[in-house]
Structure formats: C-alpha cells, structure tokens
Ligand binder design. Sequence first.
Ligand SMILES: Cc1cc2nc3c(=O)[nH]c(=O)nc-3n(C[C@H](O)[C@H](O)[C@H](O)COP(=O)(O)OP(=O)(O)OC[C@H]3O[C@@H](n4cnc5c(N)ncnc54)[C@H](O)[C@@H]3O)c2cc1C
Ligand code: SF4
Length: 535
Amino acid sequence: MGNERADVLVIGSGAAGAALSKRLTDLGAKVVCLEQGDWINPADYPSTRPDWEISIRRGPFHVSPNIRRRPEDYPVVELGKDPPYVQMFNAVGGSTIHYTAHFPRFHPSDFRVRTLDGVADDWPISYSELEPYYDMNDREMGVAGLAGDPANPPRPERPTPPLPIGPLGEELGRGFDKLGWHWWVAENGIISRPYDGRPGCDLHGKCTYGCPIGAKASADVTYWPKALKKGAVLKTWARVREISVDEKGMARGAIYHDRQGALQEQLAKVVAICCNGVGTPRLLLNSKSKLFPAGLANSSGLVGRNFMMHAWQQVAGVSSEAIDTTVGPRGVAVASQQFYETDFKRGFVRGYSFQASPTFGPLSYAWAGYAAPALPWGADHHRTFRQRFPRLLSIWVQGEDLPMESNRVELDPEVKDSSGIPAPRVTYAHSENTRRLMEHGAARAREVLQAAGCTEILDGGLHQPAWHLMGTARMGNDSRKSVVNAWHQAHDVKNLFIVDGSSFTTAAAVNPTSTIGALALRCADGMWERRRDWT
Ligand SMILES: Cc1cc2nc3c(=O)[nH]c(=O)nc-3n(C[C@H](O)[C@H](O)[C@H](O)COP(=O)(O)OP(=O)(O)OC[C@H]3O[C@@H](n4cnc5c(N)ncnc54)[C@H](O)[C@@H]3O)c2cc1C
Ligand code: SF4
C-alpha cells in the first residue's frame, strides 16, 4: 500500500500500537502503522556482548534518548523540582524492546479511586470490563506466572509456568513469611517454555537491554509478525510531524517525514495515536491549526497535563551469604502487594507494591546505582566490592503516583529533533502524599531485608526514573475533565483515538504495559463495532 487511504492509521508501533494493529487486522480492517524507528536486529543487543554492562551505559542502547541519540530518537527536556529521568525506546516494538517485562494487572480498586478514597477520578471503565482483554493480551504476548495470587482477582492458568524465583526470591520470600506479609511469584512477559513459535527463556539474564532469542514479550516478536502476516502495513522511518485535519475538524491522516526526510501524507478514515505518554501529547500539541489553535483534542487544556510515572525507591540489603542475584531473567522474581490498598491510618492514600528483581553485573556494583552510592575508589574499593558482590538483595518500592495538573508535558520553545519538530519538555514534582507513601514503603522494605537476614541496608532515597509514561490525555466521561472517552475516542475529534498510557486516568501501583495492551485490544473491538461511523 503506498499512501492509499487506510481504514485505521496507527502512529507508533510499541505495546499499544502493536496490539491495536493486530486486533484490527484480525477483525478485517486495513491498517497502516507509521513508526519513526526501525526493526532492531536482536544480534545487535548489548545483552549478547561480553561488555554489555559498559555498552548499556553509553552508546545506542542507553535507556535515555538524550544520551543514546539515535537518529530516530527525539530529545526530551527534563524539568521541575524532581526532574524525571525519561526513558523510552523508539523502534518497532517501542519501549518493550527495553522493558523489564514485569506483567502485573491493575486491581479492581484502581479504577475507582475517587469513589473509594476520595482522590483523583474514577476511570469510566471497570476492571471486569477489561478482564477478558487482559486474558487475551496475556495469551498474545506470552506470560509466565502462577494463578492463585490471593491479592488479585482469579486468573486463568498462565500461558507458561512461572520462571524460577532463584535464590533472591527464596531469601526474600522467607523474609516476607517471617513478617506474615503477602508475596507471590511475579508475573512476567517472559515465556518459561516454548510458546507460540518462540523459545522459552534460557535464563541468561540481561532482558532489559533486549532479549536475543525472543523469549521476552517485546511487541516486535509477539504482535507484529502476526499482524503483518494478516496484512497490516508497517512503515518504518516514518516520523509523524502532525495530524492533519479537514475543514470539518475531523482527522484526515498524518503528515510525516519519510526515510529520506521528505514530507508525505498518509490518509485514513480513523487515526489512532500510540506514541506513549510523552510522544502522544507532543504530537497533539504539535498538531495546531486554525480550528485547533491550542493543539489537537485540547479544548479541555488537559493535553500533556496529569503526567504520572510512578514513584520509585530501591532498597537493598547485603546478605551475609554469597547469593548471586546477577543471574536469571531480569523481570521480577517475587512481588508483594501487602500495602497496595488504602489504609487511612497510614497517613496517605493509595499504596505501593514491592518488586524483587535480579541486580545487574559486577560493574554496576562499582558504579553508583539507584540503591547504592558508587564504591569508594582507592584502597577501600576492593574490600567494599567484596562485601557487596555478589550479595545484594534488592527490593524496588513502586508507589502509586496520583495525577497533578502541574506535572506535565509541553513543547519546548527551543529544542527540536533532527527533523526540526519541537521536542517535549516534561516537568515533574512528587506530591506530599507520594513522599509519605514512599517513606512508609522504604521503611517496610528495610524490615523485609532485615527479616531475610541482611546485615547492611543501602537506600538511595526517592528517584525519578520515568519509564512508565501515563496520564497526559486522560480518559473520562466529562469532556471538561478529560481528553478521551471510555473508548479512547477524543472528545473533540470523533475519528481520533488515543490509545497508549496517556489515556490512563490514574496510574495504580503496578507496571502499566499489560493494562496498555488490554486497553488497546478493547479499543480495537470498540472501533470495529462502530465502523459504520467511519466515512
Ligand atoms: C527500562 C524500561 C523498563 C521497563 N520495564 C517495564 C516493566 O517491567 N513492566 C511494564 O509493564 N512496563 C515497563 N516499561 C514500560 C513499557 O516499556 C511501556 O509501558 C510500554 O512500552 C508503553 O507502550 P506504548 O505503546 O504506549 O509506547 P512505546 O512502547 O514507547 O511505543 C511508542 C512508539 O511510538 C513511536 N513514536 C513516537 N512518536 C512518534 C512519531 N511522532 N512518529 C512516529 N512514531 C512515533 C516510538 O518510536 C515508539 O516506537 C519499561 C520501560 C523502560 C524504558
Ligand atoms: S533471561 Fe530469558 S528473557 Fe531475559 S534475555 Fe535471557 S533469554 Fe531473554
């Protein structure tokens, strides 16, 4: 297909764009997807190289687009009292190339925080409406886990059995047990057995920087091969500059730079933006026109506002025994949701989860990490290194981040990408509720590590890794308080849909990607049911 008019134009090929394209193609729609990046050859991943720990700290696989500066990346300006450290990957599969692949679901309460806790807003949909799509997304992506977690609604048997929890999971499991707190084998988008034509994980353990065998469920190896087989068209090196609109204020298509930098227009009956919680508001704000002078779909003024990214703090304990937690799949070994739901007695609303993940390799022990400061250089270096390596048991506290309008994505007045398109700038500050919640979480993490027998505790304090990008085109029933409706349809532009993490009303206290995929599948069904409205 050249630039022939598509039924649905999907912009962005990450978790959301891939699921949406596959489902719509299965249903019979003619889908074209524009992606600014390219296919990544798994042989290029740093995870296959002996110097992988160096190559993830510099060069083309760094987590920050500001540092790796691939030609397809765009710069992100980071501002505010607590500047976010924005992380994403721009390629076929989007940030799932880099994600750690922990694959939990939201709780039913996450969709009703206004009703239950009097904060933020309720989602216009419920957990039970999304549940069949969570199941479908799990089957498409391939998940390893164990059904029966008492902190969550029942799930069908997981597509593959759980990954081994390893010595890290066993030690921390003992710590949680001593305290009588909930823990469960974590769910991961990493298949433990051959599944759906992909091989099972070989446990070599560097998943965050790309799985060389395709065991990790990145969208380039899950949804895309199937979508392409069914007829979806994926154009790479297609960087969208703006959404074009007609004189009636309907989306006409997208104007994009092709591989040579020339401008092209792709026309479509329906346009779906899936560029993530930073890229999507950037594109909407860059799509100004006479009819939409404040940016597309922005009559509420909320495009870019309510940016959420979760609060993070890593607390690590030095075990008296040598326990090599640098091996095994990155994912998450065990998780605890003991403090997930609101308990007003704690002095904050909503809650947090604990995630125990393997640590990186020896070089990461020497360099500063999220939990530990850099080792001293000089005489003390080797002694301190031997004290810590390989002995660190690490717990991440992941806190719910409630929406605040002042946390936002805007266009930077000066910085532009290599095509001259204004770059986003992201301003962020933690709320008082977040600080209290994370202080509580870090103190409880210390208790678990002590219960697990750790002798020294390292705590790097509250950080701002922004690898979960949410809320900047939020979903709701009221067009004055939200950007899209319950079907991801823009209140202002009826044939425009916003499908990625931007559409989240609230952020929950778990990782977002299984919810992003489930929402995209549900959105595809909603679009297809209403296809008579397509012109
Ligand atoms: C280091 C790291 C670890 C993570 N770990 C986890 C985890 O364990 N569990 C979890 O649930 N989530 C995790 N995440 C988050 C997860 O990767 C994202 O939630 C998910 O990929 C978001 O999906 P998306 O489709 O919204 O956006 P993305 O996957 O980011 O895809 C957006 C795509 O849009 C393209 N795009 C953007 N703008 C344009 C444009 N103008 N024109 C054309 N194309 C464009 C981009 O190139 C990109 O490919 C992690 C992320 C990172 C970076
Ligand atoms: S540990 Fe498993 S999922 Fe991770 S990179 Fe290795 S094979 Fe892939």
